[in-house]
Write a protein that binds this ligand. Structure first.
Ligand code: IMP
Ligand code: MG
Length: 242
C-alpha cells in the first residue's frame, strides 16, 4: 500500500510510487482500470496500452482526486475520514494523559484552526483555550525575518501548556514558539501536531503528540495553505510535481 503520484497524458500514463509511510498515508488513490496492459518494476509502472473506456475511467478518478490552486496541482493524499480517526486517537491519549491537570491549549494560527476545532471538540478535560500567532516582520539587520509571538492574553505562569500546531516541518517554528512561551514561566509545554515530517525535522525537542507522519512533500488543506489558498479543503492534498 502506497501513495501514487500520477502524471498523465493521453496515451502514456506514468505512475511513480513514492517513498512514504504507508501507515500514515492514504492508500490506493487510483484503482485498477480494465484494459490496461502495464509493465511494472518495483517503483515504476509504465502503462503501454489503454482502452478508451479505461482512459475515461482514469480521467474521472483523476478529476475526483485532483485540485488546482493557483498555478499548481494537488493530489488527494489524506482523506478527512483518516484525519478524523487520527485526531480522535490523539484526543483519547490527551484525555488520558492530562486528566486533572487543567491544561491550556494554545492554537497556533492560522494553520491549526481546523485541527484545533476538531480536536478540542473531543477533549473532555477542564481546560483553557487560547490563540496565538507568530508574526514575521522584516528586521533592520541583514539576518532577515524575525518572528515574534502575538496574541497571548492572560497569565500562563504555572500552567500546563499544550501547543496545537498544524504541521511540524524543520521544527524552526516550534523551537521559536517554545523559547518565547518559556519566558512567561509555564509549568510545562507539550506539543500536539496534526502532521509531522520526520525527514525534515532537525531539532531535539520531543513532539509529544503526533496525529499523522507525512513524507517531505508540500501539503495543503485542512488548515494548510499554499500562498493563502486551500485552507478550507476538507481533505489534505499533496503537491503534484511535474
Ligand atoms: P517549520 O518551522 O519548518 O517546522 O515549519 C512549520 C510551518 O511551515 C508550518 O506551521 C506551516 O505554516 C509551514 N509548512 C511547513 N510545511 C508545510 C506544508 O507542507 N504545507 C503548508 N505549510 C507548511
Ligand atoms: Mg503553522
Amino acid at each position: 500500500a502506497a501513495h501514487f503520484n500520477i502524471r498523465y497524458s493521453l496515451f502514456n500514463i506514468h505512475y511513480s510510487k513514492k517513498n512514504c509511510n504507508p501507515n500514515s498515508y492514504e492508500n490506493d488513490i487510483i484503482y485498477p482500470v480494465s484494459g490496461i496492459v502495464c509493465k511494472c518494476t518495483d517503483f515504476r509502472c509504465h502503462i503501454k496500452f489503454i482502452t478508451f473506456a479505461g482512459y475515461i475511467n482514469i480521467l474521472i478518478k483523476l478529476k475526483m482526486n485532483l485540485v488546482k490552486v493557483k498555478d499548481k496541482e494537488f493530489q488527494l493524499s489524506i482523506s478527512y475520514k483518516k484525519i478524523s480517526q487520527a485526531v480522535q486517537n490523539m484526543a483519547e491519549r490527551i484525555n488520558e494523559d492530562l486528566k486533572g491537570q487543567n491544561p491550556l491549549f494554545i492554537c497556533v494560527l492560522n494553520g491549526s484552526f481546523i485541527f484545533a476545532a476538531d480536536l478540542l471538540k473531543k477533549i473532555n478535560l477542564d481546560c483553557g483555550i487560547s490563540f496565538i500567532k507568530l508574526a514575521s516582520y522584516q528586521g533592520t539587520s541583514s539576518s532577515g525575518d524575525v518572528k515574534t509571538l502575538i496574541g497571548l492574553d492572560g497569565d500562563i505562569r504555572n500552567r500546563l501548556i499544550v501547543i496545537l500546531e498544524d504541521i511540524v516541518d524543520t521544527g524552526n517554528t516550534i523551537e521559536t514558539l517554545i523559547n518565547q512561551l518559556k519566558s512567561y514561566g509555564p509549568k510545562d509545554i507539550k506539543i500536539a501536531t496534526l502532521l509531522f515530517k520526520p525527514n525534515a525535522y532537525n531539532k531535539d525537542i520531543a513532539i509529544d503528540y503526533i496525529a499523522l507522519e507525512v513524507p517531505n512533500d508540500f501539503l495543503i488543506g485542512y488548515g494548510l495553505d499554499y500562498d493563502g489558498m486551500g485552507r478550507n479543503f476538507e481533505n489534505i492534498y499533496t503537491l503534484v510535481k511535474h
